[in-house]
Design a protein around this ligand. Structure first.
Ligand code: UT7
Length: 321
């Protein structure tokens, strides 16, 4: 038994923040942001717009694309680092919005790799016969964690959501998933406050994402390079067989480096970073949905999804769409 992607969906909040807008907030330029990151604009959740709101739109789009009703969903798994509440979890809040009752619903947190983690977990539920129709979401309001005085990070992050519906299949589908983490890198990319620390930095107005960008960049390129090699060699697949790379959208230069490693021309890479920015857990399913909806990604094609984030956490999936 395998799982296959029956439908995809996504959603971006309406409010757009351009590089020109950021020039008015911090000491930066449109030119610096575009050449160093590839980002021109990003979507931002307005006050009161939550991760569950974004997840609900993306989930409904994916369910419509898959042709499934709420009654059919028997697993809700949301990857996110920015939950609405400490609890109930976003999976449960989303389940309620969709009027689904009784099935397992949870969120899991692995920073920018959260969607790949959620996909890996949900795939196993389906493969084991424990779910027949799994809703898997990556949703984020990451701009809520941003320190708007830190030009090194505030120009990068954005909000959004993407979703897939997984159904059982006799042929893959999800061919394999590969999940990794190494907490020794915890100090390179983090939000240094939380529940059990008492939110003291938040209270003092000193919280915000902290990143040693240059060091993260080097480890990301290296690690993702190894990850794509591992993903292909696990099933004896040659890089020439790949149709699409669907990478985490953190930096266009990282994306180009991984495409080069795979000998893939950029025409076979789904790139959304220019208009989406880095939406963390949402970035891969947003890019997947963009490629599906504009007709580039077709049924039967071979896709490699990958992401890398704080922890560090990283993960990939090889998918026959
Ligand atoms: O999604 C999770 C994983 N995250 C990532 O993979 C992100 C990885 N890192 C990166 O993408 C890049 O490191 C950044 C885009 C964050 C930064 O690019 P960089 O080429 O590594 O720049 P840098 O940090 O080495 O900084 C170069 C210069 C510095 O100035 P000095 O010291 O050379 O005078 C920075 O202060 O650029 C300066 N700088 C900026 N200048 C204008 C940093 N941020 C900005 C800014 N505008 N927004």
């Amino acid at each position: 038994m395998y799982s296959r992607i029956a439908g995809t969906g996504s959603y971006l909040p309406e409010k757009i923040l351009t590089n020109a807008d950021l020039e008015k907030i911090v000491d930066t330029t449109d030119e610096w942001i575009r050449t160093r990151t590839g980002i021109s604009q990003r979507h931002i959740a307005v006050e009161g717009e939550t991760t569950t709101d974004l997840a609900e739109h993306a989930a409904r789009n994916a369910m419509a694309a898959a042709g499934v009703t709420a009654e059919e969903i028997d697993l809700v798994c949301v990857g996110t680092t920015t939950p609405d509440l400490v609890f109930p979890n976003v999976g449960t809040l989303l389940q309620d919005r969709l009027n689904i009752h009784g099935c397992p619903a949870f969120s899991l947190e692995a920073a920018c790799a959260s969607f790949l983690y959620a996909l890996g977990v949900a795939d196993k539920f389906v493969r084991l016969g424990d779910a027949k129709c799994a809703l898997v979401v990556g949703a984020e309001t990451l701009t809520r964690l941003v320190d708007w005085s830190d030009r090194g990070t505030c120009v990068l992050f954005a909000d959004g959501a993407g979703a897939v519906v997984l159904k059982p299949a006799e042929e893959p589908g999800i061919i394999s998933t590969h999940l990794h983490a190494d907490g020794k890198y915890k100090d390179l990319l983090l939000y240094p406050d939380g529940v059990s620390l008492g939110f003291n930095l938040v209270r003092a107005g000193k919280a915000g994402v902290r990143m040693k960008g240059n060091e993260v960049y080097k480890v990301a390129v290296n690690t993702l390079g190894q990850l794509v090699t591992e993903t292909l060699s696990a099933k004896g697949i040659d890089k020439s067989q790949l149709d699409w790379l669907i990478p985490h959208q953190a930096n266009i230069r990282i994306i180009e480096a991984i495409a080069k490693r795979l000998d893939l021309p950029m025409e076979r890479v789904i790139v959304t970073i220019e208009t989406h920015g880095n939406t963390s857990a949402a970035s891969v399913p947003l890019a997947l949905d963009a490629g599906v909806r504009d007709g580039r990604i077709k049924r039967g094609q071979l896709l490699l999804l990958e992401a890398f984030g704080g922890g560090f956490t990283w993960g990939s999936a090889l998918v026959r769409y």
